[in-house]
Design a protein around this ligand. Structure first.
Ligand SMILES: C[S@@+](CC[C@H](N)C(=O)[O-])C[C@H]1O[C@@H](n2cnc3c(N)ncnc32)[C@H](O)[C@@H]1O
Length: 189
């Protein structure tokens, strides 16, 4: 597919994040996986910023560490082998941007997936870590068995966030087959 502006949810999420995340900021990659979002945000925060990245799979940390080292970005990151639902134990300052990319590790074990209950706890903690005008994005994959429950839980949670505190946007490619990922973006007022 040729490059356009409306390509996919992950691309749109990065566009939103790049408009808020600046040098010196703190960011959180709640689902490190293969490290693409960690690298993307490490480039934006510069040498004075920090990206905290979480995953429950050691494989994700190992692969992300290699990629960051190859790009001389490792010092801008903290790679944490823990569930994102515990992010408040590790991140002690306000964050300008937080990214969730739900589902399973591409090219990994498809049975290890994010799950509704822990995802909601993590989103709740992420929203309380966000600074004013900070942005939290959630890319939701609902084409796998656990994904449908997770999608419903996430959408019902974010729909009910107080509009005095957050602007919440939901985006969906409505003419695509095969359950394309959905995007939620929440901005703290
Ligand atoms: C779709 S992948 C993330 C892709 C990643 N952003 C990238 O750039 O490659 C989802 C990741 O979430 C991880 N995960 C599952 N449950 C988690 C949890 N409770 N806390 C943190 N990560 C979790 C999985 O191990 C998997 O690596």
């Amino acid at each position: 597919m040729s490059a356009g502006h409306l390509i996919k949810a992950t691309h749109l999420a990065k566009n939103f994040i790049s408009s808020v995340l600046k040098a010196g900021d703190v960011a959180v990659d709640a689902t490190m996986g293969n490290g693409n979002d960690t690298i993307f945000m490490a480039e934006l925060v510069g040498d004075t910023g920090k990206v905290y990245a979480f995953d429950i799979q050691q494989k994700a940390l190992d692969e992300t560490k290699i990629k960051l080292s190859n790009q001389s970005l490792l010092h801008r990151t903290e790679l944490i082998h823990a569930g994102h639902e515990d992010m408040d134990q590790y991140v002690k300052t306000e964050a300008a941007a937080i990214m969730f990319n739900l589902g399973y590790l591409p090219k990994g074990d498809h049975h290890i997936v994010t799950r509704a209950q822990t995802t909601i706890r993590a989103i709740e903690k992420g929203l309380s870590l966000l600074k004013t005008n900070g942005l939290l994005t959630i890319t939701i994959y609902h084409g796998h068995p656990e994904g449908l429950d997770e999608k419903e839980a996430v959408l019902s949670y974010v729909k009910n966030l107080d509009q005095k505190l957050f602007n919440v946007l939901y985006m969906e490619f409505i003419n695509q087959a095969n359950n394309p990922p959905l995007l939620v973006a929440a901005e703290k007022k």
